[in-house]
Design a protein around this ligand. Structure first.
Ligand code: F6P
Length: 518
């Protein structure tokens, strides 16, 4: 595959950038084109997207589409949907999308491409049915009042984000706790609020070897026994691809998944069990259906009206031509408080790579830094920098049209704020100099949901997964491995032993000095 920066489209984009696209002005663009909003906004399943406040015109977007074609994004996408070994460094297929695929209809030509994955799909549905039946049992069991998910990374962020986001749909009356950090303060504070007889622990770990999760799981089990807990089979369940390790740990209730589901793409699998307990089997199926609708959009829509493709290409335009190094995530819904954290792992663990899929060093930038907070809180914290700082940071807003509360005035005020922030970033204010000057022309994307529901959240997450796929595909990297987390793990083992022995031989001066103090 041709490296993206060696394609004619890349050269054309650079030329267009240098020839004027670098001075693109949103206010001029809107002034010159009354149709700009229509041209740069579109519907995708359950999500409406306004891209018109971004620094691009139709010519730039056409060149970006050329780039996608010259970098074989469609072929790469089709390879993922065919179950090919897209994750080459781990020799695995990438099929999280299969987890939300409905059972194959006998004659369904649109799905013909996945017919050869029928065995995997039937395993997916057998496991899903079993997991949802279990979720229903837990929901019906009024003696269980607290569900504790012990997991980290993808085994924490996805279910935690979704359980919080959909708390208006949680119909169980149970409390949900998420323990991820190896810092004992977190587990300790959680356990203090629990009783063994009314607690269900879900040990969520794809590998069942992650040190944080195993340490917390052992401590939880020790607490359970010490507090007089009985019937481990009823109070502990494991969500893992490593069922043997879960059994060896002493957990007999297990829900499996497969190595072709990456950790940060696993909320659709057994890792989603906390969400299934919270919103119920029907709600979880709607969550999957929303994502599947987005999969079908990504798989079949022409590039020009393919929302994940447009967003992924915009990411490349900003990262590699404008050299913007971060993106701020601003969900205007208080329940989406973990949305920025969830997207951080999705984007930065997937695309934070400096070599291509074959291990060759890349001369261009890849993943931006993602960060953010729900609005309107962010406005009173870091929006100052977004409006008047020296760096341009594209902002990605999420707004939800309908609220699920009846408090008067709040929703209008919230929507007024999200619109006003996007507007202010763009229009600026030049009529007062110095401190009161707003440069404006600051780009933003506006994602709009009618309602925040299991279906729309599913679609929104799948949209993000696929846009990360698109930019990763342009950059030629393997978005599905995470070797960068290994070194710290290895060194932590070494340092852990040294903290007991006090041996600082061979350490760098700083680590040795700190270790001695500790
Ligand atoms: O931090 C690396 C990582 O492997 C993530 O990719 C993953 O989501 C997390 O650790 C947890 O892994 P596991 O589910 O295997 O415990």
């Amino acid at each position: 595959m041709t490296r993206c920066d060696q394609t004619p489209a890349w050269a054309a984009l650079q030329a267009a950038f240098d020839a004027g696209a670098n001075r693109f002005d949103l206010r001029t663009a809107f002034g010159a084109d009354a149709q700009r909003f229509e041209r740069f906004s579109q519907s995708a399943p359950h999500v409406f997207a306004d891209l018109s406040k971004n620094l691009l015109d139709a010519d730039t977007e056409a060149l970006l589409m050329d780039l996608a074609r010259q970098c074989s994004v469609q072929e790469h996408r089709d390879a993922m949907f065919a179950g090919d070994t897209v994750n080459n460094t781990e020799n695995r297929a990438v099929m999280h999308w299969l987890l939300r695929n409905p059972p194959l209809a006998p004659v369904n030509s649109a799905q013909a491409a996945i017919k050869n994955l029928a065995p995997e799909l039937s395993q997916v549905h057998a496991t899903l049915d079993a997991m949802l039946a279990y979720a229903q049992t837990v929901r019906d069991d009024t003696s269980i009042t607290d569900v504790v998910n012990i997991g980290i990374g993808g085994s924490d962020l996805g279910p935690q984000m979704a359980v919080l986001a959909l708390e208006a749909f949680a119909t169980t009356g149970k409390r949900f706790h998420f323990v991820s950090n190896v810092d004992g303060h977190e587990l300790d504070a959680t356990l203090k609020r629990l009783k063994p007889a009314s607690t269900l622990f879900l040990i969520a770990s794809k590998t069942f070897t992650t040190i944080e999760t195993m340490t917390n799981a052992h401590s939880a089990k020790a607490w359970f026994t010490a507090q007089g807990g009985t019937d481990t089979a009823r109070h502990f369940a494991a969500l893992t691809t490593n069922v043997a390790a879960a059994n060896a740990f002493g957990i007999s209730t297990t829900f499996g998944f497969w190595d072709w589901v990456g950790g940060r793409y696993s909320v659709w699998s057994a890792i989603g069990l906390p969400l299934a307990i919270a919103i119920g089997p029907q709600g979880f199926r709607e969550f999957l259906a929303g994502a599947h609708a987005m999969d079908e959009h990504f798989r079949t829509a022409p590039l020009e009206t393919n929302l994940p493709v447009r967003l992924g290409l915009l990411d490349v335009w900003y990262r590699n031509f404008h050299h913007f190094s971060s993106r701020s995530i601003a969900p205007y819904h208080s329940a989406m408080k973990r949305w920025p954290a969830y997207l951080q792992q999705l984007e930065m663990e997937s695309n934070g790579k400096q070599v291509d899929a074959d291990g060759n060093a890349l001369p261009y930038a890849t993943s931006p830094v993602l960060w953010g907070e729900p609005g309107t809180n962010g406005q009173h914290a870091f929006f100052q920098m977004l409006h008047q700082g020296t760096d341009v940071v594209p902002v990605e807003f999420v707004a939800v049209k309908k609220a699920r509360h009846l408090l008067e005035g709040h929703q209008t005020l919230l929507l007024a704020n999200v619109l006003a922030q996007a507007q202010a970033l763009m229009i600026g204010k030049a009529d007062a100099g110095g401190h009161r000057n707003f440069p404006g022309n600051r780009p933003s994307t506006f994602l709009l949901l009618d309602e925040l529901t299991p279906t729309s959240l599913g679609a929104l997450i799948a949209l993000q997964e696929h846009r990360v796929f698109v930019s990763g595909s342009i950059w030629g990297i393997n978005s599905f491995d995470q070797w960068g987390v290994e070194l710290g793990k290895v060194l932590a083992k070494d340092v852990q032993a040294r903290l007991s022995s006090g041996d600082v031989t061979g350490l760098d001066g700083s680590t040795a000095g700190l270790l001695a103090r500790l």
